[in-house]
Each structure stands twice: as C-alpha cells, then as structure tokens.
Design a protein around this ligand. Structure first.
Ligand code: EPU
Length: 430
C-alpha cells in the first residue's frame, strides 16, 4: 500500500518545472488516432491517466512508440477494433474521448462508460445530444456506449452546459463530418484550445476555439504532425497555492501566465506577492494571509480543479472565507479530512464557510480524489508534525513526480510502501 509520509512545517522554497497538461494530453492522444499518418506528441505528462489511455490505444491496434519519457509517436493506421474496454480504461473519465475520435474517423465506436474521480454526477447527455445532431445513433447497453452513423453531417449544436468533455468530443467528431458544424456555448478552457490547435495541425478546419462559438468545417482526412502540449494550468496552480499555504517562495516555471490569471488574482487578493515572467510565475507569501470569497466557474473563471487547494490555503488565513463550488456537486468530501487536521470549515450545500485557524496538525488522511488529494498533501506540508496520505493512486493520475518535485522545494515527503519504510522516514526526520 503506497502512501506519502510527510513532515510538515517547512516553507516551500525554490523552483519547480511544470509538465504538459493532463487534460489536454488525454484528448490529443485520442485525436491522434484520427489520422493514418504518424503523429509525434511532445511535452506529454507521464501520469497514470495518460498511460492508461496509451495502453487502451495499443489494445485496439494503434502503434505507440515512446521517444522519451515525455514524447510519444502514435500511428493509428492499423486500428482493428472499434471497441475500447477494460478495467483500467473504465476508471478514467477521458476514455469517452475515443467516442468522438473513432466516430469521426470510422463512423463507429463503442466505449466502456467512463468512471473517474468521484466528485459528483458526471452526466454525458450533452455528448449524446451532439453526436445525435451530427447524425449518429447512440445506445447505452451493458455498461458500454455505442455511437454509430452511416454518415456524419455537420450541425448546429447548442450545449446546455459549457462542458469541456462534450465540446472536445464534438469537435473531434465534427472535424471529419460532412459540412459545417457550429458548437454554441462551447467550453473555453485552455485544453479545448490546445486540442483545436492540434486538430488544425493535422489538417482540420476549426475556428473560434477559446470563445463561446466554435465553427468547424469538416474535412475528409487528417494527416501527420508534430505537436507540443501546453503546460498544465492546474499543476502550476497547485504549486502556487502550496507556496502560499506553507508561507514559501516558489518560482513555477514552464507555464503560460495568462492561463493562471484567476489563480494569481486570488493569491494577490489574500496578500501574496506574485511576479509574472514570460513563462514563469513567482509566488511569495511572506506576510500573514487574508480571507476572500471565491466561486468556481468555467474558464476564465476560477477552476473547480483548484477549489480544494484554495480551501486548504484559506483555512490557514485570517478571517472568514467563503468558497462556492458551482461545477460539481460533490467536491467537498475532503473537508472532513481537513477538519481532522484542525481546520474550521463548515460545508452547507455547495458552499464552504472557512474560519481561518493559525495552524493545522498532522494526521493520517485519505486522498478522496485527484485534486483533493493534492490539496491534502499541501495541508500536510503546512501542518505541524507528521502526516500520512493514503490512496495516492488518485494523485498519481494527474501529477507527475509530485513528491519528488516537492522534495526539491525542501518538503519532507517520501513515498513509502510498507510500515518499515514509514519507520525509516520517521527516523530520518528525527
Ligand atoms: N455535464 C452535463 N452534461 C454533460 C457533460 C457535463 O450536465 O454531457 C455537467 C457535469 O455534470 C458537470 C459540468 O457539466 O457538472 C462540467 O463537466 P465537464 O464536462 O465540463 O467536465 P469533464 O469534461 O467531465 C473536465 C476535466 C475535469 C474538470 C472539468 C471542469 C478532463 C479529463 N476532466 O471534466 O478535470 O474538473 O473538465 O473543468 O479533462 C481533474 O483533472 O481533476 C478533473 C476532474
């Protein structure tokens, strides 16, 4: 049983390199199957979700060749199976991106219905509505979803919610549909734009990604390309809040500061100093931090994937803060764990009311999902004394070398696999 052993109390200080965006890499990997020519993808994060997706691609016949840890060549010319299934792929949400990619190219796909983090009901009605508008029939049976169309035809699609997943899936399918598709109320997240840029590099004709309205002129075939994935906005934001919560001084490198604006503005508001460079941001928390209010929103609003990290930080800030979660209905489950560390937080519906406390104390805690897991690690790093964080497989879904990057910033954190290793860690920290 792997867990993180953490001895808190040290400010994080130094520089950290951010990797490629997981939530851009996942659709880009799926979309790379849409051409018969070879695609080279660089700045690929080496995290559990991308690796599971790559294995699923190999299982249906794609050739996957690792150039190095962060670069992969993919060739989808020999795909022999349009059914994507298996226990591993069922556990990741992004498996549904095979629907849009394979439906676009082969006009048929069957995919095991996705799981993912347990952060609330994760409907896929907008994906289905969009596929149907493009002319596909969609059927769910025995835990699998099948989309099929003799021909895909461009359509006008209005999304009832600006869903990231639906926008991405429909963009992929529509890229190889006949005629013109318009997606209104489209998601505007940086990874939506990154996928559009990637598809355009393959020869697709997509305009307007990053705005509410995306226009796609379908093409008959796509070709090979080389592509570098954008930096991970959420990994960067996680380290920025880790700096704040531990009263540290961290330079987060290889980022696009524009993607971090909502995060930067909250850090400034609570009293951190944030300096922006071309491809880096530095967060210094030298003064006591203050309270604020924040509501998670679609991009460019404050991301739901940063909600647990800001709550952990506000829990250690002066005064009363209010955090409202407006995207997922079950994303405060980690608060119980935080309360066990001494936090003063009350959750009412989709709102957390946070009374700042001077310190947290170490405890044995469980990571309930990816982002909450990372946030609890931050809490443990800021806390007095020793903590263990279990279920770190969730954290490893989306953070590459999380504990190693934290170690470089001076954190006392180790990944341990046995009681013996835990005792060794305890001896090491004294
Ligand atoms: N929704 C619907 N119908 C749909 C699709 C979504 O009602 O057909 C609702 C959902 O129930 C939810 C909201 O719309 O309340 C947002 O869902 P969205 O589809 O935008 O999210 P997603 O595509 O399932 C991606 C990320 C999440 C991130 C959200 C929001 C991936 C693989 N996942 O999920 O990332 O929280 O967008 O930005 O890209 C994470 O990385 O930790 C993570 C959970």
């Amino acid at each position: 049983m792997e867990q993180y052993a953490i001895c808190g109390g040290n400010p994080l200080v130094g520089e950290v390199e951010i990797g490629g965006a997981k939530n851009a890499a996942l659709p880009i990997l799926a979309a790379s199957l849409m051409t018969d020519e070879t695609v080279l993808i660089e700045n690929m994060p080496d995290v559990r979700d991308t690796n599971i997706l790559l294995q699923a691609m190999e299982a249906i016949g794609a050739r996957v060749q690792r150039e190095n840890r962060h670069a992969v060549k993919i060739n989808g010319s020999l795909i022999h199976d349009l059914t994507v299934e298996g226990d591993a792929v069922k556990k990741i949400r992004a498996s549904y991106y095979f629907l849009g990619a394979l439906l676009g190219k082969y006009k048929k796909a069957t995919v095991v219905l996705p799981g993912g983090c347990d952060i609330g009901c994760r409907a896929i009605d907008q994906h289905i509505k969009g596929f149907k508008a493009l002319g596909a029939s969609v059927e769910i049976a025995h835990g699998m979803i099948t989309a099929e169309a003799p021909r895909l035809r461009g359509a006008h699609i209005y999304l009832d919610v600006a869903s990231v997943g639906a926008t991405i899936n429909l963009m992929m399918a529509a890229s190889m549909a006949e005629g013109r598709t318009t997606i209104e109320n489209a998601a505007k997240e940086p990874h939506v734009v990154d996928l559009a840029n990637f598809l355009n590099r393959l020869g697709a004709n997509i305009k307007g990604a990053g705005t509410d309205v995306i226009r796609i002129q379908g093409v008959e075939r796509l070709h090979g390309a080389e592509y570098v994935i954008i930096p991970d906005q959420i990994e960067a934001g996680t380290f920025m809040f880790a700096a704040a919560a531990t009263r540290g001084d961290v330079t987060v490198k290889n980022v696009i500061p524009k993607h971090l604006e909502s995060i930067t503005s909250k850090l400034l508001e609570i009293g951190c100093e944030v300096s922006e460079f071309d491809d880096a941001v530095r967060v210094v928390a030298s003064r006591p931090l203050g309270h604020t209010q924040v509501k998670t929103l679609y991009y460019p609003g404050f991301p739901t994937d940063m909600q647990p990290q800001i709550v952990v930080t506000l829990g250690l800030s002066r005064g009363t803060s209010i955090v409202t979660e407006s995207i997922f209905e079950n994303r405060f489950r980690y608060v119980d764990e935080l309360i066990r560390m001494g936090a003063n937080i009350k959750v009412e519906g989709n709102t957390a009311i946070i009374g700042g406390v001077p310190k947290y104390t170490g405890a044995s805690i469980n990571a309930p999902d990816l982002r909450a897991g990372a946030a609890l690690v931050i809490a443990a790093l800021a806390a007095e004394g020793m903590s263990t964080v279990d279920d770190i497989r969730y954290i490893e879904r989306g953070y590459e070398d999380f504990h190693l990057k934290l170690q470089k910033l001076g954190a006392q954190i180790d990944k341990v696999e046995s009681e013996r290793e835990l005792q060794k860690f305890k001896l090491k920290i004294g």
